[in-house]
Design a protein around this ligand. Structure first.
Ligand code: SIN
Length: 506
């Protein structure tokens, strides 16, 4: 089979790229599981786009930059919010069934840190609906082939350029496929943590593959923890969308107090990192769970607007409209990833990245809700445009610095460790996830991070350990708190020393 373009991953970024590339050559989409198994397929809340009344790309950009806590790449944000509206309209034209109001106009939901209603949604299964449309469109194109259950284990690198991939099929057989360009659209890394909203496929594969091949990675310390995953013993940690709070759901403690109103002017719709940390503290100080309550809202509205979440709750014995729903924080989204320019070009010729696997810099230190599907859509299409051009590598953006120059991270941890007894390494994926949750989670300290780095260093290399170690090292290096990265030993943002991005390479 002669292939022009390989796309690793079948979420929104990968499929949008496949559609754009189909006219330019043969495209092979490799998916790790079934096509619907991606963070896109699980996205509930929606897709943000400046299309509603009182909105504008400038306002959307301002909200995005504020959420990003001083680290957004503003030219990339400009691309996201200006091109975003066009690409979302295209989704509507292609048949995406977003919810509409009584007049048949697109209905916009509210989520945290947005100053206006801006979030287009399809019930509470927006990603599934967008995935359906993109999948149908891509599959109908004769030049797009797909192989499911194909686990990419390496990139083929020759003379410093990426020329293809090696994958293992369902039967365990290895295959090499060569192409003019490879796009990493492998999605997120929530499965590096014990508690996550992400599906089992979200193990940071793009980070591991790019790192092993020698590509640059950026901003890996920034991991967003969503405050409202179901927190019922024995039940899966599925996401309870922020869109519920956008429609009036309240977060309460055991005594029924709406505790967020005491701590932040945004109340229940304060930024996610603020809500997640407050929740954890509330649980620790009361020794009891925190809950989401919708009992004051119209029950018919709740079950009609959020049918998927209502059904998931019903399966675990909870009535979404009437019961208090126990919730807690869980790893949700990684802002860092494979370092790219605004066209998805990585530091290696022939290698491109888009969506959650990439770091365009649009999210800075904390992503604005519902900007992730938008990023996948816009930068998936842009990466496809760049893939059709000559093999070229991205230039390093101005505010990104090579980590080696700092002399921090693993080097320091290793020298301090010399006098210490060896740290036991995690022996299984569960132990890696547990370690990451305890030591590289919501609250980070030098001691905990050094312990995690040492344990992960001792664990060798694997598709799970490599990205986990990179995240832990990056978190150890950044001695400040910013956005989703919270250091208990450095609780303030420190622009003087840390208002910059760090890139890591092997
Ligand atoms: C949610 O529905 O709460 C998640 C949306 C997002 O992460 O953007």
């Amino acid at each position: 089979m002669i292939i022009d373009f390989i796309i690793v991953g079948s979420g929104i970024a990968g499929l949008r790229a496949a559609i754009a590339l189909a006219a330019a050559g043969r495209v092979l989409v490799l998916t790790k599981a079934d096509p619907g198994e991606s963070n896109t397929g699980y996205a509930q809340g929606g897709i943000a786009a400046a299309l509603g009344p009182g909105d504008s790309p400038a306002l959307h950009a301002a909200d995005t930059v504020r959420a990003g806590d001083g680290l957004c790449d503003e030219p990339a944000v400009h691309v996201l919010v200006t091109e975003g509206a066009r690409y979302v309209r295209e989704l509507v034209d292609w048949g995406t069934r977003f919810d509409r109001d009584a007049n048949g106009e697109l209905a916009f939901g509210r989520e945290a840190a947005h100053s206006v209603r801006r979030v287009l949604h399809a019930g509470d299964a927006t990603g599934r609906e967008i995935g359906r449309v993109l999948w149908e469109r891509a599959s109908a194109l004769g030049s797009v082939d797909t192989i499911n259950h194909a686990l990419v284990i390496d990139l083929i690198v020759e003379d410093g350029a990426v020329r293809g991939v090696t994958y293992v099929d369902r039967a365990g057989d290895r295959h090499e496929v060569r192409a003019r360009a490879v796009l990493l659209a492998t999605g997120g890394a929530g499965q590096l943590f014990r508690e996550t909203t992400n599906p089992s496929v979200a193990t940071g594969d793009g980070i591991a593959l790019a790192y092993r091949a020698g590509a640059r990675l950026a901003d890996l310390e920034f991991v967003q923890f969503h405050p409202t995953a179901l927190n019922k013993p024995g039940a899966p940690r599925f996401l309870i969308s922020e869109a519920l709070r956008g429609e009036g759901a309240r977060l309460v403690n055991e005594r029924g107090e709406a505790f967020m109103t005491r701590v932040h002017p945004g109340g229940d719709l304060a930024p996610r990192d603020v809500v997640a940390r407050r929740e954890a503290r509330e649980m620790a100080s009361t020794g009891a769970p925190v809950y989401l309550t919708l009992a004051h809202l119209d029950a018919a509205f709740v079950t009609t607007r959020f049918p998927t979440i209502a059904e998931m709750c019903r399966r675990v014995g909870l009535d979404l409209a009437r019961d208090r729903i126990p919730v807690g924080p869980a790893a949700h989204y990684i802002m860092g990833g494979v370092d790219t320019d605004d066209w998805g070009r990585t530091s290696m010729p022939g290698l491109f990245a888009a969506g959650e696997a990439a770091c365009t810099g649009v999210h800075g230190a904390n992503r604005l809700a519902s900007n992730s599907l938008l990023e996948g859509l816009v930068f998936g299409a842009r990466a496809a445009a760049a893939m059709q051009e000559a093999l070229a590598a991205a230039a390093l953006k101005g505010d990104r610095v090579g980590a080696g120059g700092l002399g921090l991270g693993a080097g320091n941890a290793a020298s301090k460790r010399d006098a210490q007894p060896p740290v036991p390494s995690p022996k299984s994926p569960e132990e890696v996830r547990d370690l990451m949750w305890r030591s590289v989670g919501l609250f980070r300290t030098r001691e905990g991070l050094e312990h995690a780095v040492a344990a992960l260093d001792a664990a060798g290399d694997s598709m799970l350990v490599t990205p986990a170690r990179l995240v832990a090292r990056a978190a150890l290096r950044r001695e400040e708190s910013r956005g989703a990265h919270y250091r208990e030993d450095f609780p303030q943002r420190d622009d003087g020393r840390w208002k910059k991005h760090f890139v890591d390479t092997r």
